[in-house]
Design a protein around this ligand. Structure first.
Ligand code: SF4
Ligand code: SF4
Ligand code: SF4
Ligand code: SF4
Length: 235
């Protein structure tokens, strides 16, 4: 009923806390009035392509839960509850939180590789180090001298029974992998995704390496690749 009550007046979109992101990502479903239209399609079980579902998945999760849309809706629709239902519906269709899908995509890509292959380390590490250099914090990994202080300070590592088995590479090893140009190994490491951004690592790093921010950049990089995949898909 609430879906039918919407007059598509756009007030919620004008007041939405994250509407500026639309101009960067050009995903209409970021805007609450359009998110609601997408939700209607999901609720009515309209046939949607993988690409359309990917776009809705992204837009649906770009929301701070600030409640502004609900507060300003002139017909009193409780949008907050609808957003929660939308995320649940998407997860049931196999479109969970985008970061989860990006991680799964990285894992699938890595699983296709022969992990016993010889790793080749070349002076020219390709474009990804360039991409990491697009932020101020990203290239700080070059200053790492492998003292392991970051790993010793990390609560995620401390909470593992067997950190290497559970996390793949540890923070200092990820910084090392980046310097060696081993992008896939760094992206596939559980540590890259399980980091809880407490910033203890970079707080204690004697070299000023922005370890937590570098891990952020890696996740952003993986998401950009994942997004390019569904954005270019025609199905
Ligand atoms: S403010 Fe309410 S009625 Fe207007 S578009 Fe948003 S949900 Fe629909
Ligand atoms: S709750 Fe989400 S959709 Fe609503 S105004 Fe806030 S950020 Fe926008
Ligand atoms: S604490 Fe800093 S220098 Fe030491 S291993 Fe970690 S990132 Fe490298
Ligand atoms: S920010 Fe991440 S990597 Fe750094 S100490 Fe915290 S959990 Fe560990």
């Amino acid at each position: 009923m609430e879906l039918d009550a919407c007059t598509h007046c756009g007030t919620c979109s004008v007041r939405c806390s994250v509407n500026v992101i639309f101009w960067e990502m050009h995903n209409l479903t970021i805007l609450p009035s359009e998110k609601l239209k997408a939700l209607k399609s999901l609720a009515l079980d309209r046939p949607l392509t993988e690409r359309e579902l990917g776009i809705i998945q992204e837009g649906s999760h770009i929301c701070t839960g600030c409640h502004r849309c609900t507060d300003v809706c002139p017909v009193g629709i409780n949008l907050q509850d609808l957003w929660l239902s939308m995320n649940e519906m998407l997860a049931l269709k196999g479109f969970p939180e985008p970061v989860v899908s990006a991680r799964q995509s990285v894992a699938a890509h890595y699983a296709q590789k022969d992990n016993d292959r010889e790793l080749i380390v070349l002076p020219d590490h390709g474009d990804f180090q360039q991409e990491l250099s697009s932020s101020i914090q990203g290239p700080t990994f070059w200053s790492c001298y492998r003292c392991q202080t970051c790993t010793n300070a990390c609560p995620v590592v401390a909470n593992c029974q067997d950190p290497v088995a559970e996390l793949g590479l540890l923070p200092h090893q990820i910084m090392h992998a980046l310097a060696l140009g081993l992008k896939d190994e760094a992206l596939a490491a559980g540590m890259t995704w399980d980091c809880m951004t407490c910033y203890m690592c970079q707080e204690y790093c004697p070299q000023g390496v922005h370890v937590a921010d570098v891990l952020y950049e890696l996740r952003n990089m993986a998401y950009r690749d994942f997004r390019a995949g569904f954005a270019s898909s025609k199905t």
